[in-house]
Design a protein around this ligand. Structure first.
Ligand code: NAP
Length: 280
């Protein structure tokens, strides 16, 4: 069966809108600042999508577009200003940053209570402790999707990819939900032997169609976070046509996890607005 991200998205959008209305009744206008450096096409379109979804949900998105050559100090100064503003609840820094700007320094400058991406070391540490207020968006999208079709507790979950953005946070959340978790990466030996044992297989590698049905246990739930382009067409890391023959559930690309990721960012922004106003 195909796990349609759009169907899950509709429910989530309704949940978010209800929360936004409740906040607005208390005269709180949830707001997210998106900081973009340079004019790369991917960053432009990411910012545009966030603005559009924000409008759709009633959440204010303030887009800060800074020049590529901005000195690091000045960039950090911009973030510190956003930290101080009471009307901004979440801060999202678009990655990648230009080479002269130190990514870790930037992430550590964001106030942890406004770190809606969940990448600040304090929040990342709390993620593994099981107490972060801001679960990273893609991992949250993956967990939400899995939970619509299967109970995670007791399952054997394999995550391919160990990035801080997707692989590690997804593994942490699966562990928190009482799965038994293995993380695989480019140095993993006998990848296929491991993945063939998985009840839940999450793939976040960035290599088109890396995983075909020979890697998948019959009946497994397969989640594809990969976003790749072949001849201008979006494809995932999973060979969809091959794997759908054996998986019980599979997410498509496009139309799967990607659809939900931005919504999770707004869910985190709402949580930030509530926490900053001592509502939760
Ligand atoms: P990344 O930082 O490049 O990490 C890729 C991971 O894959 C690394 O851990 C790497 O291992 C591992 N890997 C590479 N080749 C492998 C192989 N042959 N076998 C097993 N593991 C292998 O990428 P990322 O940020 O996680 O992104 C991965 C994909 O997800 C990309 O297509 C990206 O566009 C997409 N993505 C989607 C969303 C969404 O919302 N849907 C969000 C973020 C990213 P090493 O650690 O050993 O190098």
């Amino acid at each position: 069966m195909i796990l349609d991200g759009k169907e899950i998205a509709v429910k989530l959008q309704n949940e978010i809108r209800t929360n936004v209305e409740e906040l607005k009744k208390r005269l709180i206008n949830p707001a997210l600042a998106v900081v973009q450096v340079g004019e790369e096409k991917a960053s432009e379109s990411y910012a545009k999508n966030i603005r559009k979804e924000g409008e759709n949900l009633g959440i204010y998105v303030e887009h800060h577009k800074l020049p590529t050559e901005i000195p690091e100090e000045e960039f950090l100064y911009n973030i510190k200003n956003l930290n101080l503003r009471k009307d901004i609840h979440g801060i999202l820094i678009e990655l990648p940053l230009p080479e002269h700007i130190n990514k870790s320094k930037v992430i550590e400058t964001i106030a942890p209570e406004k770190d809606v991406d969940g990448f600040h070391p304090i929040n990342f540490g709390k993620l593994f402790e099981g107490t972060t207020p801001f679960q990273p968006a893609t991992a949250q999208a993956i967990l939400t999707t899995i939970k619509t079709v299967v109970t995670i507790e007791g399952k054997y979950a394999v995550v391919i990819g160990r990035s801080n953005i997707v692989g590690k946070p997804t593994a942490a959340l699966l562990l928190q939900e009482n799965a038994t978790v293995t993380i695989c990466h480019s140095k993993t030996r006998n990848l296929q032997e491991i993945t063939r044992l998985a009840d839940i297989l999450v793939v976040s590698v960035g290599k088109a169609k890396l995983i075909d049905k020979s890697y998948v246990k019959p009946g497994a739930v397969v989640i594809d976070a990969g976003i790749n382009k072949i001849d201008g067409k979006l494809v995932g890391d999973v060979d969809f046509e091959s794997v759908k023959e054996v998986a019980s559930y599979i997410t498509p690309v496009p139309g799967g996890i990607g659809v939900l990721t931005t919504l999770m960012l707004f869910r985190n922004t709402l949580k930030a607005a509530k926490l900053q106003n001592k509502i939760i």
